[in-house]
Ligand binder design. Structure first.
Ligand code: MG
Length: 382
């Protein structure tokens, strides 16, 4: 089965604004036409119909494409342009021809393959979508929406039939698309499944939408690890906060806020991954507002800064270094609380503890130290 493609790109796209025709404008780092051509890379027999005066635009817009293309000069109307494309194919006629708008760069393989499959059942196959909105006219009783379809491209045809239809068309007559031509010629037509993402870039805003559909607005993400370290002095007190958990007893931690050494080091680890300074920059100990503050607040602030950046916390690993309190009885409660605070599953929350074998300030139980690592997925900044 020989299948040829005609990409119609001869229009001037006045509705988009500016001098450069829309098919040559940028989508991300590429042009609309280049992205469109990339979707038909599997087809060898491919013709592009352009406005002859746009040749420089075309060459510039497709210089990232590895292959060279058969370029045909279009006519004054879309109909003339398609006729020129079909005529160029006629010397070595394919079985099927798919005619596609150069301004539909979001076309998927599924839509293309469905059209080709549809041609085994009818002489013409057209991707179509139902209409969701109510359709009205002011001069009639109403329109039966269920019978209406929005049609897209590529529109597929048995080559001999569509070529004959175009050949028979009197000069000067024109149609908005090829399915109208098929209808006029009495060809059997089948609707195949269209795709809402297969948009025709028409207005300036459509470029943003196309970039979104094509995933071009997504930045590359990299994995980053930040680390944090903190120490607070152990004192006698009825309770202490450690990794967001209240531990009742006779020990407390001394600090301006609730002195949760676990959450402080974790907050610093996240700020470190974002390269946004340390907890003291964001919550100065001199500021009375943070006196006795729950350290949840600091962690939530760091997480909101991550969200603003488009970054995502993916894993935390905390090591508490102390002789007292004994961490193990509280470890699962700490992991559960950290899961609540961060939204991470338990499988990505590690809380470990160690002593320093009686050595140093932790060994003498004068204080609790904590090390934290935070792994984040962070968008690459330009
Ligand atoms: Mg601290």
């Amino acid at each position: 089965m020989k299948i040829a493609i005609i990409i119609v790109a001869a229009g001037r796209g006045a509705r988009v604004g500016g001098d450069l025709p829309k098919q040559y404008r940028k989508l991300g780092q590429k042009s609309v036409i280049s992205v469109c051509l990339s979707k038909f890379e599997a087809f060898d027999d491919l013709i592009i119909v352009i406005n002859p005066s746009d040749r420089t635009f075309f060459d510039e817009a497709t210089k990232d494409r590895a292959r060279t293309y058969r370029i045909i000069a279009g006519g004054q109307t879309r109909t003339e342009s398609v006729r020129a494309g079909l005529t160029a194919l006629a010397a070595s006629p394919p079985d099927y021809v798919l005619i596609h708008d150069g301004a539909r760069p979001c076309i998927s393989n599924t839509v293309i393959n469905d059209v080709i499959a549809g041609l085994s059942k009818a002489k013409a196959a057209v991707p179509a979508l139902p209409i969701v909105d109510a359709v009205k006219t002011l001069d009639a009783q109403g329109v039966d929406r269920d019978k209406l379809r929005r049609v897209q491209t590529p529109q597929g045809f048995h080559f001999t039939d569509i070529f004959a239809a175009y050949e028979a068309l009197p000069a000067g007559e024109s149609f908005v698309d090829d399915i109208e031509m098929a209808r006029r010629a009495g060809l059997s037509i089948i609707f195949t499944k269209g795709d809402p993402d297969n948009i025709k870039v028409t207005y300036a805003k459509d470029f943003e939408l196309a970039e979104h559909i094509l995933g071009m607005d997504k930045k590359d993400m990299i994995s980053v690890t930040g680390q944090g370290f903190d120490v607070h002095r152990l004192i006698e007190a009825p309770h202490m906060w450690l990794c967001g958990v209240k531990i009742e007893g006779t020990l407390g931690l001394l600090g301006h806020s609730d002195a949760d050494v676990g959450l402080h080091s974790l907050t610093d680890a996240i700020l470190g991954a974002l390269a946004l300074g340390d907890i003291g920059d964001h919550f100065p100990p001199s500021d009375e507002r943070w006196s006795g503050a729950s350290s949840d607040l600091f962690l939530k602030h760091a997480l909101s800064l991550a969200a603003e950046r488009g970054a995502k916390l993916v894993h935390i690993d905390i090591t508490l270094i102390c002789e007292r309190p004994k961490v193990k009885p509280h470890r699962e409660a700490m992991r559960a609380r950290l899961s609540e605070l961060t939204g991470l599953p338990l499988s990505h929350i590690s809380v470990k503890a160690t002593t320093t074998e009686g050595l140093g300030f932790t060994g003498r139980a004068e204080g609790v130290a904590c090390q934290a690592c935070a792994s984040l997925r962070v968008p690459v900044e330009p």
